[in-house]
Design a protein around this ligand. Structure first.
Ligand SMILES: O=C(O)CCC(=O)C(=O)O
Ligand SMILES: [Fe+2]
Length: 202
């Protein structure tokens, strides 16, 4: 049984459109990852974003925080907003993913999924501040969650990757243009997960 599960996990990236997405299950060892997870949960100034959806206020179903260089401010928001200052842990992980990504990142968005009720809906990260064809490096800690992608031109073409504790997912140029992604809610009991997405803000 255990063997079967392991086999399925090892082969889970088979069939993925590798020109758009690359999965590395073991970037960070499990015990370091556990310490980082606990530190991120305890020490990050998490916020729950509120957005307007037509006339209704909608609360984002997860907690977020944004870190980076002061130059990576968000010029699109009504009031210029600045990222929090890099922590040593975030800088360490940034230096690990940069050679694998071929990009120097200047900011990172943290997502905290407290349990199976937390999620991110279908979207692609294609804001103007990310420029054209952004490369995004995603590192996951804690609860394994399913990362689903679907082709914008044909929703029947879809894949899932289970993002394991300590794993690294590289979202390559073109993914945001041609595919959408999400982390769906789950009915199963789920522990906490923290995900970091390193980005270049123009
Ligand atoms: O939690 C994840 O793995 C994905 C997060 C995401 O899509 C985003 O922050 O834009
Ligand atoms: Fe995203």
């Amino acid at each position: 049984m255990e063997q079967l599960a392991l086999f399925a996990e090892a082969g889970q990236s088979k069939g993925l459109p590798r020109e758009y997405l690359e999965y590395f299950p073991k970037l960070i060892d499990p015990s370091t990852g556990q310490q980082l997870l606990e530190k991120f949960i305890a020490e990050t100034p998490w916020k729950q974003q509120v957005r307007m959806m037509y006339t209704k206020e909608v609360v984002t179903p997860r907690l977020t925080a944004w870190y980076g260089d002061p130059q990576a401010y968000d010029y699109q928001s009504l009031r210029k907003t600045y990222p929090l200052t890099w922590t040593p842990e975030l800088l360490m992980i940034k230096r690990m993913v940069e050679p694998l990504s071929g990009v120097e990142f200047n900011s990172v968005l943290l997502n905290y999924y407290r349990d199976g009720n937390d999620s991110v809906a279908w979207h692609s990260d294609k804001e103007e501040i990310l420029g054209r064809n952004p490369v995004i490096a995603s590192v996951s800690f804690g609860q394994v969650r399913s990362f689903d992608i679907r082709n914008k031109a044909d929703h029947k073409e879809h894949y899932s990757v289970r993002l394991e504790h300590g794993s690294f997912l590289l979202m390559k140029a073109g993914l945001q243009e041609n595919w959408e992604h999400r982390i769906a809610k789950s009915m199963r009991p789920m522990g906490p997960r923290v995900n970091l997405t390193f980005r270049v803000v123009k």
